[in-house]
Design a protein around this ligand. Structure first.
Ligand SMILES: [Zn+2]
Length: 155
């Protein structure tokens, strides 16, 4: 089982305009990195903060993508099945940057399911190369909460 996606963590590119050490998205009303069209404050942030749990597997998928963007390693760990979560979730280097998430399909993973699948394509910039990660991820519930367990890379 490949789970390449989940060990990649990209730091947000800093610019000279950054005035504080805030690592997360500074403008909470800005669009959520996961691309729902909602603000980060209304979309993935409450999941990152643990203010609410995801209702669907897709929500976890989106929140995990956003966690990569904002470098929330703690959320990545919390949303990862303990059996498959690596001991160390390392941040990847500054030359990589996430560009967007496209949810291709979902299968089960609803409010009344115990297992679900989300197929997605995440694009990122690695140096001068633009690359895409296409994976069908599997989610299960642990103590009622959705977590990522593993995935199969699609080509
Ligand atoms: Zn979101």
């Amino acid at each position: 089982m490949a789970n390449v996606s989940v060990v990649r963590v990209t730091k947000r590119t800093r610019t000279s305009k950054d005035e504080s050490d805030e690592e997360t998205v500074a403008d909470l009303s800005a669009g959520c990195p996961c691309g729902t069209g909602s603000s980060y404050a209304a979309c993935c942030r409450p999941l990152h903060l643990g203010e609410r749990d995801a209702v669907t597997a897709e929500e976890v998928m989106r929140a995990r993508y956003s966690a990569h963007v904002v470098d929330d390693l703690d959320y990545l760990r919390r949303s990862w099945h303990p059996d498959t979560c690596p001991a160390i979730i390392a941040a990847s280097d500054e030359s990589e940057r996430w560009l967007g998430l496209d949810i291709r399909s979902t299968e089960r993973g609803g409010a009344f399911d115990g297992e679900g699948f989300v197929e997605f394509v995440a694009t990122f910039q690695a140096g001068v190369q633009r690359r895409a990660l296409h994976e069908r991820s599997r989610f299960v519930r642990v103590s009622g909460r959705w977590v990522y367990i593993d995935g199969v890379l699609e080509f």
